[in-house]
Design a binder for this molecule. Structure first.
Ligand code: ACM
Ligand code: ZN
Length: 499
């Protein structure tokens, strides 16, 4: 028996007798026959046939040829003595979206580093990079319309992540030319870049640049630490929505994707409950609470995106006041699944990135690799699952080496969740296969986390866990969040709302 060594495991793999002899140096590209055949259904699907005489890759679209070529690249790398075992592979993805989130707001990888991440993701047939480019700790894209987003919002005064102090002016931004280069590079690997402009919360960097977008004006700073902050864009001033429209008008042309992520997570509503404009709007519209105001705000932005031919993605907290129209995609990460299930029942699509399984920034002790691998998103509603995403939040990812070991092999496990049919998954086989592919990643400049850490039980994994606990407690994230919630409830009650 000749087991399939490809990651993610293909739909079918049929080993055959014999070998195709690779040319010296292993360069199969010149010998490969590529065919387009419209009878193959699905633009990412492909058929790879290796016989003693030739290697034939067939797909209905160039994207399928590219995905099939990743399988071939792995097989060629693993071939012993220049002999490629004969086989027929017929393959197509389980879910339409296989994504990774890159957080450039907390720490900002260089363009070359992003290219390497895209290379690694492409090897495992991911097709989306969710690019988190705006948060409390920095705004990361050049803006000519709102230049203070760069002169002020792209830099913070030192770092205090996890209580560790680092002095200096920290940050930067990608020029529009660099953004285009990244989008083009990703597209050449059939990966679409979906930007995220998080709102109405996670906006300290925007408010530090333009305080008039807040409820109360005053001083804001680009945050130097992680966590959830009370800073919000004001939802009661028309001028704020006008500003968002202008920002989107400037940013959208950089991103050809049909999708734009507009965040919506972790937005404690204290500021809205103490803002004349927000309160006036809530009362005028007969809203029960500020969650309804977030829904109203979100719908305005989504409607604008729709008028531009774009579709919005929002984090699942955006549903707290009830359903959103089904053309909006919801990304589920944490909390009650009820509203997300209602969205699915109403015909909406969901991207599944449940924190316990898919957050790649958590130590292996908390989320062993096998746990990510075994993730089965919304098993009773697979038809409403657009896909899956693993997230690389970067509060504590300060170097490329760290980025690589947090991302790999986690991305490969997430890729198999997204690509391989449930019945074709087997952790022991995945573990063996991905281990054998680590030198291929290394040859691409990517050093994955060491195998002994993957279960979370190695001494190093335990030290990582201890560091994680130390950072989160030193950063006092949980007590600050509790304080935000208490304040929101107090102000809601004071204003006669039901919180
Ligand atoms: C999130 O992790 N705040 C979406
Ligand atoms: Zn307001």
């Amino acid at each position: 028996m000749n087991p399939c060594p490809i990651v993610p495991a293909p739909r079918t793999y049929r080993p055959c007798d014999g070998f195709f002899l690779l040319p010296s140096g292993g360069n199969v590209v010149r010998l490969l026959t590529k065919k387009l055949d419209s009878s193959i259904s699905g633009e990412e699907s492909y058929r790879l046939e290796i016989t003693p005489d030739d290697v034939v890759l067939t797909a209905s679209a160039p994207c399928g040829l590219f995905r099939g070529f990743q399988s071939l690249k792995q097989l060629v790398f693993l071939a012993k003595d220049g002999r490629l075992p004969c086989a027929v592979i017929e393959d197509s993805p389980r879910f339409a979206v296989r994504s990774f989130l890159l957080d450039s707001a907390r720490h900002m990888p260089s363009v070359e580093e992003i290219f390497r991440m895209i290379d690694g993701a492409a090897l495992f047939k991911l097709n989306r990079m969710h690019w988190h480019v705006s948060d409390d700790q920095g705004f990361r894209i050049e803006s000519e319309v709102f230049p203070r987003l760069n002169t002020v919002g792209s830099y913070r005064d030192g770092d205090t992540f996890g209580g560790e102090k680092k002095p200096g002016r920290i940050g930067g931004y990608y020029t529009k030319e660099q953004v285009k280069e990244i989008v083009r590079y990703a597209a050449s690997k059939y990966i679409e870049v979906v930007p995220e402009f998080d709102m109405p919360g996670h906006v300290s960097a925007i408010l530090a640049s333009y305080p008039e977008l807040s409820c109360h004006g005053g001083e804001y700073c680009v945050r130097t630490e992680g966590g959830i902050f009370p800073d919000l864009l004001c939802a009661g001033k028309q001028s704020v929505m006008n500003w968002i429209v202008q920002l989107l008008d400037e940013m959208l042309p950089l991103f050809p994707s049909e999708f734009v992520h507009i965040g919506g997570d972790e937005a404690p509503k204290g500021q809205w409950y103490s803002c004349e404009d927000c309160l006036r709007l809530m009362r005028e519209k007969g809203m029960k609470n500020a969650e309804e105001l977030q829904q109203y705000f979100t719908l305005q932005v989504c409607d604008y995106l729709k008028s531009k031919g774009k579709r919005a993605i929002v984090w699942n907290e955006s549903l707290k006041a009830g359903a959103l129209p089904p053309q909006i995609t919801v990304q589920y990460w944490l909390g009650d699944k009820k509203t997300t299930l209602e969205h699915m029942a109403g015909g909406g699509q969901v991207i599944a990135s449940e924190m316990k399984y898919m957050y790649a920034d958590y130590p292996f002790f908390m989320t062993p690799l096998s746990k990510t691998y075994r993730y089965d998103p919304f098993p009773h509603h697979p038809e409403a699952v657009a896909g899956v995403e693993t997230t690389l939040w970067s509060e504590y990812i300060t170097t490329e080496a760290r980025l690589h070991e947090m991302a790999f092999p986690r991305i490969a496990a997430a890729a198999e969740v997204g690509w391989t049919e449930k019945t074709g998954k087997k952790y022991a086989r995945f573990h063996r296969n991905i281990k054998r592919l680590l030198p291929l990643l290394r040859s691409m400049g990517i050093a994955a986390a060491p195998v002994r850490d993957w279960s979370g039980a190695s001494p190093r994994a335990l030290r990582e866990m201890a560091r994680f606990l130390h950072r989160t407690s030193a950063g006092k994230m949980v007590p600050r969040q509790m304080q935000n919630i208490k304040e929101e409830k107090r102000l809601a009650r004071l204003q006669g709302f039901s919180d």
